[in-house]
Design a binder for this molecule. Structure first.
Ligand code: ZN
Length: 171
């Protein structure tokens, strides 16, 4: 099977930021998948499962209630590697617009007080696995990174080409 696009990114040289992971056309409409990368994969600790789970609940709720964006949001959810989130939206937007959206979304997590939305046994598949203080800590760090060291272009890497045209980052 072919390597899917998101696995073809060099994860040893990837920094926090907002990247375009995929562009798809669904029913004639453009859908963009953004890589909302919070940590440097394989270089610093990934998020704790409970922290990114809480971020999922708060940010998804925020985006789906935002008057400007709610009708354009297709999906928000954590990456399995726990280093960031995927955001799928209708259309494609300039990096700066996405940066501003993520700054206010994650600032909302920083400022959040009270019950995590949807964190009951009836509304969440693992309702005890939440950690609001750690979610706020991670959100605060990500907001700082978006403000001071924002990146939106995947690092260019030299790829070795071997037999059959397959590309590897090492080997
Ligand atoms: Zn949940």
């Amino acid at each position: 099977m072919e390597l899917i696009a998101s696995f073809a990114v060099d994860h040893t040289n990837l920094h926090p930021g907002i990247y375009v992971s995929r562009r798809d056309t669904v029913g004639g409409e453009a859908v963009t998948t953004y890589d909302i990368r919070m940590t440097s994969p394989n270089q610093e600790p990934a998020l704790a499962p409970a922290a990114i789970h809480t971020i999922e609940h708060i940010v998804a709720t925020y985006l789906r209630n935002d008057p400007e964006w709610k009708d354009r949001i297709v999906y928000w959810g954590p990456m399995g590697c726990l280093t960031g989130n995927y955001l799928l939206v209708k259309g494609e937007y300039p990096a700066e617009e996405m940066r501003q959206l993520m700054i206010r979304s994650f600032q909302h997590v920083v400022d959040y007080e009270g019950e995590v939305p949807g964190s009951t046994s009836a509304t969440c598949g693992n309702y005890l696995m939440h950690d609001l203080p750690m979610a706020k800590w991670e959100a605060r760090r990500y907001v700082e990174r978006l403000k001071t060291e924002f990146r939106s272009e995947y690092a260019k890497v030299e790829r070795k080409i071997v037999d059959g045209g397959r590309q590897f980052f090492d080997a």
